[in-house]
Design a protein around this ligand. Structure first.
Ligand code: HPA
Length: 247
């Protein structure tokens, strides 16, 4: 059975349910990964796990070495990667607590190392990104969630912001007009880099707060976020650990 890669986001710095068999620091031409890669089993599923924010949740979204993390998966032969993320909800159906497998992205980030195609090029390369996520992996996540009785929103547009600050109310209103359903800080360039290396990559998001200016309109608090994070990630891990991964 093929190993599946998991990039853990906020609330998933440690994958408690993972029985770790081996940890390895993967060297890459792009510098250090966020942490050593952990290899092990989640129930029966063989997993390679990388906490995006480092082992102690010390790497902020705008500082993560997305290129090294994605390269490391390719280097160890992982072909399917799930990027887990905590996000803010923008559209009505994305209330806190909701799990979502987005199907589109809008990229509002800037200044990040966002491509492998920079140096030593023999020609200019433009990868197709019409459908930014791997449909086969998305469908597998959605089907598994249904089998497990875990409610999931099966599509949506992920707006990737620069962070680390949260957005203004006006920025969220603009993102809503643009068609964003959720907002997070890590979805890009991770998805595009995975596409450049021809990995099958899907995002699996947990909504942990109403985005700025929505909900009761007050400030977004860490207490609010943490309330949804722990319980929601348990449901997300339940889905992932029940995946049957195609070879
Ligand atoms: N905005 C951006 N990123 C986030 C949010 C948010 O409201 N919540 C969790 N990650």
């Amino acid at each position: 059975m093929a190993i599946i890669g998991i990039i853990g986001g906020s609330g998933m710095t440690r994958l408690e349910a993972l029985s770790v068999e081996r940890r390895e620091f993967i060297s890459t031409p792009y510098g250090d990964t966020s942490a050593p890669m952990l290899f092990g089993r989640l129930d029966g599923l063989e997993i390679a796990f990388m906490p995006r924010h480092g082992g102690n949740h010390q790497v902020p979204p705008h500082m993560a070495n997305y290129r090294a993390n994605i390269w490391a998966f390719k280097k160890v032969g992982v072909e399917q990667v799930i990027g887990m993320a905590a996000v803010g909800g923008i559209s009505e159906r994305m209330a806190p607590g909701v799990l979502c497998v987005p199907d589109q992205i809008i990229d509002y980030t800037y200044g990040r190392k966002h491509t492998f195609y920079e140096q030593d090029l023999t020609s200019v390369i433009h990868v197709d990104f019409t459908e930014p996520y791997c449909d086969a992996l998305r469908k597998r996540l959605i089907a598994t969630a249904m089998e497990q009785g875990v409610t999931i929103v099966d599509h949506g547009t992920y707006g990737a912001t620069q962070g680390p600050r949260l957005e203004t109310a006006a920025e969220i209103r603009r993102m809503a007009r643009d068609g964003c359903d959720v907002v997070g800080m890590t979805g890009m360039p991770e998805a595009a880099l995975a596409r450049e290396l021809e990995l099958c990559y899907a995002n699996f998001s947990l909504v942990v707060n109403w985005a700025a200016g929505l909900g009761d309109g007050g400030p977004i608090t860490m207490a609010e976020i943490e309330r949804y994070l722990d319980e929601g990630m348990v449901r997300a891990v339940q889905v992932v650990s029940s995946l049957e991964v195609a070879n």
